[in-house]
Design a protein around this ligand. Sequence first.
Ligand code: ADP
Length: 483
Amino acid sequence: MKVLSVCSEMFPLIKTGGLADMTGALPAALAGQGVDMRVLLPAYRGVALSLESCTELAALDLPLGRAGLRHCRMQGIDIFLLDAPALYDRPGGPYLDAAGQEHPDNWKRFALLAQAAAAIACGALPGWVPDVVHAHDWQAGLCAACLRAQDSETPVIQTIHNVAFAGRFPAAIFPELGLPEGFFGIDGVEFYGDVSFLKAGLAFSDLVTTVSPTYAEELTRPAMGGGFDGLLRARGADLVGILNGIDSGEWNPETDPLITRQYTASRLGQRQVNRNSLYTAFALEDGRPLVAMVSRLTDQKGVDLVFDAAGDILGRGFNLIILGAGDEAHETRALAVGSAHPGRAGVHVGYDEALAHRIQAGTDALLVPSRFEPCGLTQMCALRYGALPIVAPTGGLVDSVIDASPVALAQNVATGLHLREVSATGILFALDRLTAILANPPCHQQMIRNAMKTDVSLDRTAAEYAALYSRFHQSEPRVRALA
Ligand code: ADP
């Protein structure tokens, strides 16, 4: 079966968050399930440089203009790069310019991506026509609308990674999209008088998936659905939550070349070496337990709660390490925590993949106090590395971490802690519970072993997606009648 994955980022080529981790790892994981997944990605500046091979494939005449398509390979994955230098070959990131402002033509950049996906699905590459299009987030949200505009019945799966990003633009752009007039309506791309690319994906796709079962349920509530809750409730069983996973080859404490000392669940003593090396790197006092945070520094992640609690976290005897980048105000506060507590708090502001691995391999616990969290990958990395995750009880955090309740402890299944309250006080209360666990080494070691054997691999996710794709494949020709 052939699946075209349409996305705006893909690890390791270009990444701003967990979306890239999933789109980067899914093709290889699906290959083992007999799915030929190829990826369509904009040819951002510099992206082609890191690819093994690149050949010109086609020139596409799309409603928004002419664009080139290159075929490239990376570690066995086939990638189609959409080449439109005026839109993609520029400084900055995929969504923001070098000054941190949204690219003013983002609507056009990602509408073109969807138009190219529709062209491929309609046969622009005669040697490879996908059976299913898998569109990720608002940036690929117009795929289904573009296909339906051409009367194509190629099934489209729209995945929501984070409903907070709706891809919302003024209604004035609608005529430029080349879609039928009737598509601008309550059942189409219209969203409170504007255009929303995500809304288009939710309205026109055959199936909507999201990245955890709990987030799927949360999305149908007015408080958490980002304005799409009504539509998602109406779609009923068409909304499916599939828990994401991580690349268990990249994240493997047994073989990880980025950490100081490799270890397994049966050689946990070696883990200590990694903590010591962090203490040396950050000049922190030896002999204390460590809690850490590896996160985008945004309100969503609840990082302000950790800053509020920092003094009391240290007061309870823990050292604290923070690795993150994001909003300027949060970065400033993070740095202030570091400079206020030399020897006890280490802070690195920036994006540093290697340091993230070293922290996961050395910390006793990882704080993830998110206000909402569609799936969250960082707590899965923590599980795999035996760093006990302390998580807010929301979204994928609930689905991946088993709270150390008396029942779970008695059954030897606990893998971390759920915050009773998402607040600074809630974090401190959880750390008091952690202190009790640390004081009971057999219980602590059992939790670490439970965490490390949790199946967080993307193979499980891939198997669920393969099953979904084949539902469409087998129900041809009336693929769109799926309930
Ligand atoms: P999101 O996609 O919302 O940012 P996730 O937890 O799903 O959050 O995925 C983020 C990924 O990026 C995780 O693997 C996390 O460890 C990693 N990460 C976040 N911030 C940093 C950073 N400053 N340096 C290195 N890795 C980071």
